[in-house]
Every structure is written in C-alpha cells, then in structure tokens.
Design a protein around this ligand. Structure first.
Ligand code: AMP
Ligand code: FES
Ligand code: ZN
Ligand code: ZN
Length: 315
C-alpha cells in the first residue's frame, strides 16, 4: 500500500477517494478538506471568534485540533449532561485536550446550573433521551455563544452523521428538518451562526486522525443512544458504502446541490414566526421555549438512576 502523493508506505486507505495515504499526507488531506469546506460554504472568517462544541469524542476533538492548526481563534465548550460515568469520562477527555494544548474550555454543567440531568429530564417530559438531549444541547450552545460573544458555533458532525440524519429525514419526509439540514445555518433571530466543517470527512478518518495526532478521546458511545434509529441508519448506509464507495458522499452532497433549496421556504416561514421565550429570552415558536418547559417539568421529577428501566423508549 503506497501513498498516492509521495509513494511512501501508506497508513490508511480511503476507498471513496480510491487512494492510500501516508501519515503526513493523510493529515494534510484532512486539513485540506476542512479548508475547502470552510471556503465553499463561507463558514468562518479569519478573525471570527469561534466556539467549538466538544463532547470528548473523536469528531469534535479533531475539528477543534484542525481549526487550531489552521490558525483560528477557537475556544471549546463542554456540556456536562449528567449521563452518569459517560459524562464524567467524556468531560475528562475534553479537559485533558484543552490542558495539553493550552487552550480555553468553557464548561456548562446541566445538573448544577439547571437542576436536572438528561435521563431525568427525558422521563419527565416523556421524550426519548436523545431528543431531550438534542434540544438541551442546542439551547446551551446558543446561550454560551450569545453570552460569550462568539461569532460562530462549530460542531463535529461528519459525513457519516449527516448522511444518516438525511437518510432518516428522507425516509419519513420530514420536510422541516430537511430544510434545516445544511452545513451552515446563518446567524438569525437571536440564533448564532452554526457550522459543520467535517462534512467531507468520515468517522473512520476522524478516528485515524486522532490516533495519528495522539489525541485521546472517549471511544464508548452514549449509553442512552444504544439501539436508536440513527445507529440503524448508519449501519444501513455502511452496507451500501461497502458495495459502492462514495455512496454517502453522493447522497449528502447531491442533496445539498439539488434538493436542499426546495425545503427552504418552510424553514423561512417558521423562523419569521419566532418569539422570545418569556422565561429565558431565547428564540422560540411558543411563549415558553422547549428547554424552559423541559427544566420546569424536570424540576419536580424523581431523579432517574442510570441502568434502571426507562419509561421513554429511545428515538
Ligand atoms: P452528537 O449529537 O452526540 O452526535 O454530537 C454532535 C456534535 O455535538 C458533536 O460533534 C459535538 O460537536 C457536539 N456535542 C455533543 N455532545 C456534546 C457535549 N456534551 N458538549 C459539547 N458539545 C457536544
Ligand atoms: Fe445525548 Fe446521549 S449524548 S442522549
Ligand atoms: Zn505521502
Ligand atoms: Zn426559555
């Protein structure tokens, strides 16, 4: 196996590029793909203050590392979601990276600052944990960006994530979600700009990136997500990709080029109808935002012990 660029010994093959790469040229490929994505979708300006949402997993640590290496002013944001040992361990990885690189990591702990954790909150509102978690994360990302005066929020969503979400949204024709599934959401109506610079890179590449750069990350998946539909969509797409490398890329980038625009109108109409939450001031379509409703319901609820039977089934 020889590197496509220098013909030296390769450390990774990327079937959808039909090529192998040595360490140096693989790391360069990752940087080039991120640079290209940032330019193509006008994601980040050189002087922007960037907030990277870091979960302690490979993707978000890799995107933080890539942005720092590319010279961006990027701070990290870690949210403690109160998911037992999983949260404790993932926080340790995020902190270790920040200390190692001497960069700033902002921490927000949901149980300490808002009085509830994801397992308890999800049960209180009878939602699947990943759904309560997703809405809490979005709310806390927006709030941290607003409070800290950041220009843009970065997440570590990669090509595998985006293709799987697109697959799920298409199977159910969730046109409102399809209209919002873009690599860039511009700042509007009190929401910060949000970008996904890893959409050209896959999960396997991000794991290799971290190993080659010596970045330790939490390998374990979130225990609340086990068996959810998203994981099934990923497996289905992996089977297709194994037969025809490049399927995920064609599916996702084809959607962006030829279909995404068709769903914009619905999202625009939704955004124009936004109000300010009466409790916290966040943009919302109701008088009280979903996060405030979640925290109010969770406040009186019995705490859920992880490992105990849950009443809401996973998404
Ligand atoms: P997930 O929704 O777990 O697939 O994560 C998608 C992205 O959200 C990650 O790549 C991170 O950028 C961000 N993220 C997930 N969990 C956290 C967390 N606990 N704190 C900060 N950012 C997170
Ligand atoms: Fe949110 Fe698992 S990280 S439910
Ligand atoms: Zn090489
Ligand atoms: Zn609110």
């Amino acid at each position: 196996m020889k590197c496509r660029v220098c013909r030296g010994p390769a450390v990774i093959d990327i079937r959808r590029h039909n090529a192998n790469f040595c360490q140096e040229h693989f790391l360069r490929l990752c940087r080039d793909q991120v640079t290209k994505t940032i330019a193509e979708f006008d994601m980040i300006k050189p002087d922007d203050r960037v907030l990277v949402a870091v979960s302690g997993g490979k993707d978000s640590l890799a995107v933080w590392d890539l942005l720092l290496d590319l010279g961006y002013h990027a701070d990290g944001l870690y949210l403690g979601l109160g998911i037992g040992d999983y949260s404790d361990t993932s926080g340790d990885y995020a902190r270790a990276y920040a200390t190692d690189r001497g960069v700033r990591l902002i921490e927000v702990d949901l149980p300490t600052e808002h009085g509830f954790d994801i397992p308890t909150g999800a049960r209180a509102v009878k939602r699947a944990p990943c759904s309560a978690c997703g809405l809490s994360k979005r709310h806390l990302f927006d709030k941290a960006a607003h409070d800290g005066g950041y220009d843009v929020v970065v997440t570590g969503h990669n090509l595998d994530d985006e293709a799987a979400v697109l697959f799920g949204n298409t199977l159910r024709w969730q046109t409102d979600y399809l209209g919002r599934q873009l690599p860039v959401l511009p700042a509007r109506h009190g929401f910060p700009k949000k970008v996904k610079p890893l959409v050209r890179l896959g999960e396997r590449e991000m794991a290799a990136y971290c190993v080659l750069k010596g970045i330790d990350y939490i390998v374990e998946e979130c225990p609340m997500a086990v068996g959810n539909k998203h994981i099934g969509y990923k497996e289905a797409l992996n089977a297709l990709e194994a037969e025809s490398p490049g399927t995920k890329h064609t599916f996702y980038f084809g959607f962006l080029a030829r279909a995404a625009e068709r769903f914009h109108e619905e999202v625009e109409a939704e955004r124009d109808a936004l109000l300010s939450c009466q409790r916290c001031g966040a943009p919302t379509s109701n008088e009280v935002c979903q996060f405030c409703r979640l925290s109010e319901r969770a406040a009186g609820a019995q705490p859920v012990k992880l490992g105990a039977k849950r009443s809401a089934s996973p998404a």
